[in-house]
Design a protein around this ligand. Structure first.
Ligand code: UDP
Ligand code: MG
Length: 333
């Protein structure tokens, strides 16, 4: 049974080089959670930070001894694998994800929980006014549009990580073993009753965004290839269309030459070049798309762990499920 009204809340926070944000984030999270008057825990996953994030987090353990847990990953695995590492040990009836950079105000969490308590199993935040660069916003718009079309997964704001999931959905996510994934989309495929709610969005409090254009592109390939084979089908369709066009042109040229008895044309060599480049370009792009899928299949069959937990701090003695289904107890810090 999940979604038991007013059940325990787990908040999972992926942390990568956020030393300047943690001292504000964690107390703000707890003051929101305290005001709810229900059991709660905060799980911060240190995704191989190279700054003092882990020390800063550990420094807070004394203040919240039974409610703060820290998962230390062995290196940087990425935001989504880090969240999965948090999901693996989250014990709540409702699990909330939130960014560590304070772009998602913790004060919005009760809005999500209100809907979760009403039985919505995935509650997605939709950023009202985004405080990101013009470039990021424009890129997101394109991504939202393309992704909805290609994956058929309907979501207003794919990029907002302030979300709440029911225990059932998290259990299903925990059973998935795919190595590269996009959590909001994955959850949406398991959801029976999704809901969305507008949430505030702020500027990044400190530090810089971890997403370069390249990382954003990679994330989008994850989203596209992980949830759809439409890119391959579009490519096949284009192949058919081009071939049909070529056939029609060929027949036309034959008719023109042998039936209408016009001289063969020698001009238009450069037009031919242009067409050839377009078609070659599309072929190469198509090969790239095929390569994306093949590469991902390779990644899956190698079956390397998606993340490696070095250590879990806090809530000592609790049983945790580590990657690979290994059960273990949390070692003493
Ligand atoms: N993050 C992470 N591992 C990474 C990159 C990011 O755990 O490899 C975390 C980061 O600390 C933050 C969240 O994911 O809590 C979102 O990252 P960021 O704010 O850089 O993304 P943006 O808001 O620019 O999309
Ligand atoms: Mg951010």
């Amino acid at each position: 049974m999940s979604g038991a009204p007013r059940g325990k809340v787990s908040v999972v926070v992926p942390v990568y080089n956020e030393e300047a944000n943690i001292p504000e984030l964690v107390p703000r999270l707890f003051s929101v959670l305290d005001s709810l008057d229900r059991p709660c825990e905060v799980i911060c996953v240190d995704d191989g930070s190279r700054d003092r994030s882990l020390e800063v987090l550990r420094g807070l353990l004394d203040r919240y001894p039974d409610r703060l847990r820290i998962v230390e990953l062995s290196r940087n695995f990425g935001q989504h694998p880090a969240i999965l590492a948090g999901f693996a040990i989250a014990g709540g009836d409702v699990i909330v994800t939130i960014d560590a950079d304070l772009q998602n105000p913790p004060e919005e969490i009760p809005k999500l929980l209100a809907l979760a308590d009403q039985g919505f199993d995935v509650v997605g935040g939709v950023r009202e006014v985004r405080h990101d660069s013009f470039f990021r916003r424009a890129a997101s718009r394109v991504v939202n549009r393309v992704t909805t079309t290609i994956t058929g997964i309907r979501m207003t704001d794919y990029g907002c990580m302030l979300r709440a999931y029911s225990r059932e959905v998290i259990d299903l996510i925990n059973r998935c073993e795919e190595s590269s994934t996009f959590i909001p989309a994955l959850a949406q495929t398991f959801s029976r009753r999704p809901a969305e709610v507008a949430v505030r969005h702020a500027e990044r409090r400190a530090g810089a965004s971890k997403y370069s254009l390249y990382r954003l592109l990679r994330l989008n390939f994850d989203l596209m290839t992980g949830f759809s084979v439409v890119p391959l089908q579009i490519f096949t369709l284009f192949g058919f269309l081009t071939a049909s066009g070529g056939l029609v042109l060929g027949i036309y040229l034959l008719v023109r030459r042998f039936i209408l008895l016009r001289a063969s044309e020698a001009d238009g060599v450069f037009t031919l070049f242009a067409l050839a480049f377009v078609v070659m370009g599309v072929l190469m792009a198509g090969l790239g798309i095929v390569g994306e899928y093949v590469g991902r299949i390779y990644q899956e069959v190698r079956g390397r762990p998606r993340y490696l937990v070095r250590r879990v701090y806090g809530a000592t003695g609790a049983v945790i499920r580590l990657e690979g289904g290994v059960e273990g107890t949390v070692p003493r810090p």
